[in-house]
Each structure stands twice: as structure tokens, then as C-alpha cells.
Design a protein around this ligand. Structure first.
Ligand SMILES: Cc1cc2nc3c(=O)[nH]c(=O)nc-3n(C[C@H](O)[C@H](O)[C@H](O)COP(=O)(O)O)c2cc1C
Length: 220
């Protein structure tokens, strides 16, 4: 683990992963710890400083089972199709691992001790401005929550597959039609020690300078 604040932040930014296989299904996540993390997540930027984000914590076994059922109703076919596509394309081991781990989560979702659903109190508009303001006001907080949880030994995974049955989930959870579910985060303490940083393209490959596709000059 790192020493300086910058090293610590870099450590958590590079090793906060979407945790699926390593969720400890046997250990409860204390609500007070989650609330502490939500307090931290609430510091993330929000358009107009309007606090229109809410969080729903679900540990009731029957509700988790019902949400897991909605998740797999669409998710199983979706992931199986992904598996077939990856096989037909040859040897993409990273993609194959992601689908395999996603399938594992799907099979065990009902056993995950806590589900967290971030919620926004309104519905997204359609223009780019409306969409950017809407999602940009809620997703930074969800990522902050994942970071804060991870710093406390708790893993989570950003998932959206249950939203193919958004209305059924809303009815199950008693949500009014005026609000939006942003994601479903299966949440549990993680097993094992740390996580390896995910492999990603280098900044130089994905960053342009002053004009579209102009490369960033090398430092002199
Ligand atoms: C908007 C969004 C939706 C996602 N939906 C799902 C999902 O429904 N199920 C799932 O297993 N993973 C889901 N993921 C997780 C991605 O597959 C994950 O980010 C990817 O595997 C990279 O993993 P890493 O962050 O650990 O490197 C989602 C991620 C994002 C950002």
C-alpha cells in the first residue's frame, strides 16, 4: 500500500475493480459503514448543486431473489450471446474472462448480502445537454461510493442488466414512476488481498491536443 496521499489515491483509483467472483457471500455488510460511504459519495459533483440523488439499500432475502430473477431474465441470454460472439471471434481472453465473471455474478446474485440501487429523483431528458447534465449529476457519486466501499474492504459491481425490466423492479421496490434507477450494485466484503490494475489504453493513445485526432506532443 502507498504512503503519500497521491500514492494512496492512485492506488485506489487503479485497483477499484468491479468485483463479482470475490464477493464474500457469507458476511453481512454493516449499514453504518455503507451510510458513511454514502456521506462521502454525496460530495461528488451534481449539476446546479441540486441534491436529487437517493440510495436504496436492499438486504431483504425475498427482494434480492426477485431482483436477481429480473436480472437473469434478460441477463442470461445477453451474456450467452456475448460468450458465443467472443468464441466466434477467436482468442480474446480478457473479454472471455469478463463474460465468465459476469455469468458467475448472475448465478449468485441472490446470495450477495447487500444490493445498492442509486436513484435519481427525476427522469432523463432527450437532448445531449439534458442527458449530460442528468447522468453527469449522478454517476460520479456512484463511483465515489464504490471507491469509499473498496477502501473499507467492501467490493461492489456496477450492473444495469435488471433495468431491462425496470418497471417490474420499480413495482417490487415501491418506486414511483417519476424516479430513475441508475444501476444495481451487488455489494459485499471482498475475499483475498488486493486487485491488479485493469489493463487500459495509454493516455497518449486516447488523448488529442487542440484538434480532433491531433496527438499530444511529447514532453520536451
Ligand atoms: C454502465 C455500466 C453497466 C454495467 N453493467 C454490468 C452488468 O449488468 N453486469 C456486469 O456483470 N457488469 C456490468 N458492468 C461492469 C463492466 O462489465 C466492467 O466495468 C468491466 O468488466 C470492467 O471491469 P473493471 O472495472 O473491473 O476493470 C457495467 C459497467 C458499467 C460502467
Amino acid at each position: 500500500m502507498a504512503n503519500s496521499p497521491v500514492e494512496s489515491l492512485d492506488y485506489f483509483l487503479t485497483t477499484t475493480k468491479q468485483v463479482r467472483r470475490r464477493l464474500d457471500l457469507t458476511r453481512q455488510v454493516p449499514t453504518d459503514v455503507v451510510l458513511e460511504c454514502i456521506d462521502l459519495a454525496s460530495r461528488a459533483p451534481i449539476g446546479g448543486n441540486l441534491e436529487r440523488n437517493r440510495w436504496l439499500l436492499i438486504d431483504d432475502a425475498e427482494t434480492r431473489l426477485a431482483l436477481a430473477d429480473l436480472y437473469s431474465r434478460f441477463g442470461r441470454g445477453y451474456l450467452e450471446a456475448g460468450q458465443k460472439q467472443i468464441e466466434s471471434m477467436g482468442n480474446d481472453s480478457t473479454a472471455a474472462r469478463v463474460v465468465e465473471s459476469s455469468m458467475y455474478l448472475l448465478e449468485h446474485l441472490h446470495e450477495v448480502p447487500l444490493m445498492i440501487i442509486p436513484i435519481k429523483l427525476d427522469r432523463p431528458g432527450t437532448t445531449t445537454f439534458e442527458q449530460a447534465t442528468y447522468w453527469g449529476s449522478v454517476t460520479p457519486g456512484v463511483w465515489s461510493l464504490q471507491l469509499a466501499l473498496r477502501a473499507r474492504g467492501i467490493g461492489s459491481a456496477w450492473t444495469t442488466l435488471h433495468l431491462q425490466h425496470e418497471e417490474d423492479a420499480a413495482e417490487l421496490l415501491g418506486l414511483p414512476v417519476s424516479v430513475t434507477q441508475i444501476a444495481l450494485l451487488p455489494t459485499a466484503y471482498f475475499t483475498g488481498d488486493g486487485f491488479h490494475p485493469a489493463r487500459r489504453r495509454r493516455a497518449q493513445e486516447i488523448t488529442y491536443y487542440n484538434r480532433w485526432k491531433e496527438p499530444v506532443p511529447a514532453p520536451t
